[in-house]
Design a protein around this ligand. Structure first.
Ligand SMILES: NC(=O)c1ccc[n+]([C@@H]2O[C@H](COP(=O)([O-])OP(=O)(O)OC[C@H]3O[C@@H](n4cnc5c(N)ncnc54)[C@H](OP(=O)(O)O)[C@@H]3O)[C@@H](O)[C@H]2O)c1
Length: 266
């Protein structure tokens, strides 16, 4: 299959959690990895682990919200080794604690989770689209979440950022299919990472990042349009998106986090 053995792979958010696990999953002799993150020390630790497997690794300390820097990095990587797979993974999760904090949290989350993904996807896509059609071995993977299927009073910004990139990726797939470029949207359930440690009280169906990376690699190799996993989460998501509005409303409470504190105002 055309997408099975990418040799030149760029991953954002590779300094931690799922991105780091994906880097290690793809690391092998004959592969070049371009790994991005903001924390140079953590990024280098992951790079060294990948190099130990015989992989060529280049790291870039880069903020995904910096469009010019992202374009420069992606162009330089593609010049070095034409990119086969770009995984737009970097993201943040934040909850506001007051009504007055909602807008700032939403801006920060959308900047990292939506604009940051666009800053990753589009420079790569522009490069890929310039290759002869049908383009061989060129694919974009976009990290959404199971929350992209749901509503959550706990974190309106996070869930809507994930719904946004899910819809964007699924739509983009149809727009570039005729060029031969693949697009896969990844919707994991809870995956053990720094993000969860900081933000979550209860985490049903939790899986380890290395297991999640294997599942995502398989889906990407098959150029699946979208994968929601593990299977329990996939079924729950299928039920949830078909619930009537009144029932969604009943279930939509800020489980696991305090209510917005402005609620206490007289
Ligand atoms: N963990 C879960 O349960 C879960 C489930 C579904 C989807 N996801 C998604 O998976 C992705 C990775 O999350 P994770 O769980 O692996 O969390 P994580 O361990 O906190 O890792 C987040 C990664 O994103 C990078 N990052 C964040 N903001 C960035 C920015 N502005 N510029 C560049 N890099 C930035 C971080 O880099 P530095 O640390 O170097 O700053 C880090 O490498 C996110 O998109 C998240 O929404 C996570």
């Amino acid at each position: 299959m055309a997408f099975e053995n990418p040799k030149s792979i760029l991953i954002t958010g590779a300094s931690s959690g799922i991105g780091a696990a994906l880097a290690e999953e793809y690391a092998e002799a004959g592969v070049t990895l371009f790994l991005g993150g903001r924390d140079a020390d953590r990024l280098e630790v992951i790079a060294e682990k990948c190099r130990a497997k015989g992989t060529q690794v280049e790291t870039q300390v880069c903020d995904v919200t910096d469009a010019a820097a992202m374009r420069a990095w992606i162009d330089a990587s593609d010049d070095r080794e034409p990119l086969n797979l770009v995984i737009a993974n970097a993201g943040i999760a934040m909850n506001a604690t007051s009504v007055s904090g909602l807008q700032d949290v939403a801006s920060q989350v959308f900047e990292a989770n939506v604009t940051g993904k666009l800053n990753t996807i589009h420079p790569a896509l522009e490069r890929m689209a310039k290759r002869p059609w049908p383009v061989k071995d060129a694919q974009i993977a976009i990290m959404s979440s199971m929350w992209g299927h749901l509503a959550s009073a706990r974190s309106p910004a996070y869930v809507s950022s994930k719904a946004s990139v899910k819809a964007y990726g699924q739509s983009l797939r149809g727009a570039v299919r005729h060029m031969g470029i693949g697009v896969t949207v990844l919707c994991p359930g809870y995956v053990r990472s720094a993000m969860l440690n900081e933000n979550m009280a209860s985490v049903p169906f939790l899986i380890d990042a290395d297991k999640a990376a294997k599942i995502m690699r398989r889906a990407i190799a098959r150029n699946k349009a979208r994968i929601t996993f593990p299977w329990q989460v996939r079924w729950l998501a299928m039920i949830a998106i078909n619930l009537p509005g009144w029932l969604v409303d009943r279930l939509n409470k800020p489980y696991g986090v305090p209510r917005l504190d402005d609620d206490k105002a007289p």
